[in-house]
Write a protein that binds this ligand. Structure first.
Ligand code: AQP
Length: 328
């Protein structure tokens, strides 16, 4: 089985990324041949600083290894190192409609209140489809926020297969049972987010333990005292999900344990559990990040493996679309 997921090297990675993304990657890499891609080409779709991109790419690579990816077992690489990604995006644009791209809610959200809206922000889901399809991917572990883009990738694969002959496996999204959408601690009806979140409501993976504790103590809860999951209690529901992932306890057990004892002790415990979850990750991250030469060496190995794995697909794409090819 082939597994693929992509992660943007923008901003500081947060608890939502760990719970909805990274945690799943480490688990799924045991199930088959896994590819994890630092999607640096995606990060130029909004305003960015080139020097920052360089550093953040290495930061993210270290973070992926710190959260459990094993570069000898999985292929972990940067998108810009494998030129087939940019090529696939252009080829797939032939079977992607303007109307479909216009319906992407992330485009609508991210283009709001922006002075300069790059065309890349609009076409980014096509690049993402290419990322996934190039590896003949069976499953894509992702958070709920990427569901619409994954559905688009499936549509694009089906349309290409029916227009040009069978070329791609049609991938399936895999979403975590608990924690597919971690919410902002201050605005619990919005997802925790790098670009759109509130500073106090976004728990960064590299926040100091006391900062994390404080963010949870001041998390917005709902009216009442009862610790239970409910539609009209988005704040408490979010905290229960986070505690469940951090401790491995089922939501029912958490509800039974805290009952109507009030939110104060509950929020303190969620903060402590998250500190315990991220402290070993932070220690490993610092160790890895301290050796950039080794990170670059590992990235080069990942790039080589990814090039070899994607080559047959990009060749099949060109050939099935009618381009003249030379045998290599
Ligand atoms: N709040 C979230 N809850 C659960 N999963 C989430 N993911 C992102 N936010 C949440 C998942 O994290 C993985 C890595 O995603 P990414 O870093 O490429 O970021 P993203 O999806 O673009 O979300 P960010 O990091 O918050 O950036 P914004 O919102 O600014 O675009 C993905 O699997 C994602 O689903």
């Amino acid at each position: 089985m082939r597994i693929f997921s992509g992660i943007q090297p923008t901003g500081d990675k947060h608890l939502g990324n760990l719970i909805g993304g990274f945690r799943q990657y480490a688990a799924t890499q045991e199930q088959g041949e896994a590819f994890f891609c630092i999607v640096d080409l995606h990060s130029i779709t909004t305003d960015y600083d080139p020097a920052d991109l360089r550093e953040r790419t290495l930061d993210l690579y270290a973070m992926l290894l710190a959260t459990g990816l094993d570069p000898t077992r999985s292929t972990v690489f940067a998108q810009s190192h494998v030129t087939a990604h940019a090529e696939a995006s252009w080829l797939l644009s032939a079977v992607t409609s303007y109307g479909q791209l216009g319906r992407m809610t992330q485009f609508k959200d991210k283009s709001m209140e922006r002075e300069f809206i790059s065309s890349g922000l609009f076409t980014y889901p096509v690049l993402m489809a290419g990322d996934i399809l190039l590896y003949q991917t069976d499953i894509v572990p992702i958070g709920d926020d990427q569901r619409q883009h994954l559905e688009l990738a499936r549509d694009i694969a089906e349309r290409f297969n029916s227009r040009f002959g069978w070329t791609f496996v049609v991938p399936k999204g895999v979403y975590p049972e608990v924690g597919a959408r971690i919410m902002d601690l201050q605005e619990p009806t919005n997802k925790m987010s790098t670009t759109g979140g509130s500073p106090q409501g976004t728990v960064k993976l590299l926040d100091e333990p006391d900062v994390i504790r404080k963010k949870f103590r001041s998390a917005v809860t709902d009216s009442g005292r009862e610790v239970c999951r409910a539609d009209d209690k988005p704040g408490v529901t979010n905290l229960i999900d986070i505690l469940s992932v951090a401790t491995g306890k089922a939501s029912d057990a958490i509800e039974a344990e805290y009952g109507d004892s009030g939110y104060g002790p509950f929020k303190t415990d969620v903060g402590e559990a998250v500190v315990a979850l991220v402290e070993p990750i932070q220690a490993r991250y610092r160790e890895l990040r301290g050796d950039p030469a080794e990170l670059l060496r590992l990235l080069a190995v990942g790039a080589e493996k990814a090039r070899a794995a994607s080559e047959p697909t990009i060749e099949a794409m060109y050939s099935n679309m009618g381009f003249v090819r030379f045998s290599r």
